[in-house]
Design a protein around this ligand. Structure first.
Ligand code: PHE
Length: 339
């Protein structure tokens, strides 16, 4: 028995020595110390050892077990150490190496302009909301006082999906959604994509607008003009001048068109502004009481005003972009220049 135990110890030590990874070492552990292991079976079968030898054999066997355990632990430590050394060698980072020049992303010029506009409006107490780009004829037109067959529909060449569902032609659909959902007084602003059947170097079938709507007691044209003046100054600088022209939108009465100092020539006159020094920026107006009533707002108590600038034109001018399509093509050569 003694020899057998010594043989086991020798075998175990030999095999432990040969291990060159933790997995192998674990297999050796199972082989000798596991439930079916050689040493374990000797310890388990102590009953069969004659009583007078039991004590010595037991001590010997336990001694062997301790030695094997120790050898395994030692080898394990050594293996872990080498593995760590190897990993450190392999994953070494030379912080003095020149960088590969990570490509840095940047916000799209439309997003930047959008954010600037949003910040200005939020600072003035507006809540930003968002809503559907695919909407029903009711929200896009009818509830804005543009009934079916109304000639004003010709102003916005629309992309219909069914007779009743279309890609919104204006963010003004959000005026109706807001009036249905919110209790006055409220001030909302809604940025978003709009769609029209238009396509040339200054018109894209997709473009971006904002809708700002204020509904409160005793608000009107004066408040609208003052607010626009403040916004334009914040957007384009203190020197910007604004010009107001009468306009027509079925959902506002009176309706106005706001022009601002041309940002291409700073008012000197250029081909873009056709020598006038001004370019058109917003449609705006005092909400038609009929529109308030249609969405369940008491037009005797409340009034409102709205404005809806298209932002693509401003982004083009301020960044000297010659064709509106560049804004939507995701061409890296263009985007890199816009950083
Ligand atoms: N929705 C109008 C357009 O797209 C602009 C507008 C918005 C006019 C709000 C008046 C009030 O032309």
């Amino acid at each position: 028995m003694k020899e057998k135990l010594e043989q086991i110890l020798k075998d175990a030590q030999g095999e432990i020595e040969k291990c060159d990874d933790v997995k192998m070492l674990d297999e050796v552990r199972v082989k000798f110390l596991g439930k079916q292991g050689e040493l374990t079976s000797i310890l388990r079968n102590m009953k069969e050892v004659p009583p007078e030898e039991r004590k010595t054999v037991g001590m010997l066997a336990n001694g062997v077990r301790e030695k094997v355990e120790e050898a395994i632990a030692k080898k394990g430590e050594k293996l872990n150490e080498t593995a760590l050394k190897l990993a450190m060698e392999k994953e070494k980072i030379d912080i003095t190496m020149p960088s590969k020049g990570e490509k840095r992303g940047a916000l799209h010029p439309l997003t930047r302009f959008n954010n600037k506009f949003m910040d200005i409006c939020v600072a003035m107490g507006f809540t930003v909301i968002q809503g559907p780009e695919i909407d029903t004829d009711y929200y896009n037109f009818e509830a804005l006082n543009v009934p079916k067959n109304h000639p004003a529909r010709d102003m916005q060449d629309s992309l219909y999906i069914t007779d009743n569902i279309l890609l919104r032609t204006q963010t003004s659909n959000m005026q109706v959604h807001a009036m249905e959902e919110l209790k006055p007084p409220f001030k909302i602003v809604c940025p978003g994509r709009v769609y029209r059947n238009d396509d040339d170097s200054s018109h894209s079938p997709i473009f971006n607008q904002f809708e700002a709507l204020v509904v409160d007691e005793n608000v009107g044209l004066k408040d609208l003009m003052k607010m626009i003046d403040v916004i334009l100054k914040k957007l384009f600088g203190e020197n910007v001048k604004m010009r107001v022209r009468p306009a027509y939108f079925p959902f506002t009465e009176p309706s106005i068109e706001i022009d601002a100092t041309c940002q291409m020539c700073q008012g000197k006159g250029c081909s873009l502004c056709k020598g006038t020094g001004f370019s058109e920026v917003f449609g705006a107006g005092v909400v038609n009481p009929k529109v308030l009533e249609m969405s369940g707002i008491d037009s005797k108590k409340y009034s409102g005003f709205a404005f809806g600038p298209g932002i693509d034109r401003s982004v083009m001018v301020t960044n000297k972009i010659p064709n509106i399509k560049y804004l939507f093509r995701n061409d890296m050569r263009f985007l890199k220049q816009m950083r």
